[in-house]
Design a protein around this ligand. Structure first.
Ligand code: DHK
Length: 151
């Protein structure tokens, strides 16, 4: 049995500019920060005996590396690839090497926004997609992966 099969770690990955969550375009992304996301998700995860590892990078290759690392430690990935959603075959391919569930999260409803935000490469791999729910979307993502991985 692989490590990840026994794991109760959920990796939450965040793409470029989300380090500025809370300061960046708050009319679109709100005023809560990634620290708030981590705290809220950890509280939900703990109720079912899961842990959260939240990471963020502005670099595509670093996110690919984080996904590879998650292969060894995590039972599931919740990912907001941010702008890489719409451009990155590399992140899609990395996610395709991960065997557990993947949930894609967007804080905003990208379908209400510019045309170039309507297509997602990551959706080709994701079991579910949550968008337009603000940072609560991450919590819904965590709830979903718990439902998919607990028995
Ligand atoms: C975040 C971003 O940074 C954008 O590039 C995406 C996504 C949407 C979000 O809504 O969380 O287009």
């Amino acid at each position: 049995m692989k490590v990840a099969d026994m794991s109760k770690e959920i990796v939450i990955l965040n793409g470029p500019n989300l380090n500025l969550l809370g300061k960046r375009e708050p009319h679109i992304y709100g005023s809560d920060t990634l620290a708030d996301v981590e705290r809220n998700c950890a509280a939900i995860a703990a109720q079912s005996g899961y842990t959260i590892k939240l990471q963020q990078s502005n670099s595509e290759g670093a996110i690919v590396d984080m996904i590879h690392a998650a292969r060894e430690t995590a039972c599931a990935i919740v990912i907001n690839p941010a702008a890489y959603t719409h451009t990155s075959v590399a992140i899609l391919d990395a996610l395709s090497t991960f065997e557990g569930p993947v949930i894609e999260v967007h804080i905003s409803n990208t379908h209400k926004r510019e045309e170039f935000r309507h297509h997602s490469y990551v959706s080709k791999r994701a079991e579910g997609v949550i968008m337009g729910c603000g940072i609560q979307g991450y919590e819904f993502g965590v709830m979903r992966v718990i439902a998919l991985t607990s028995n």
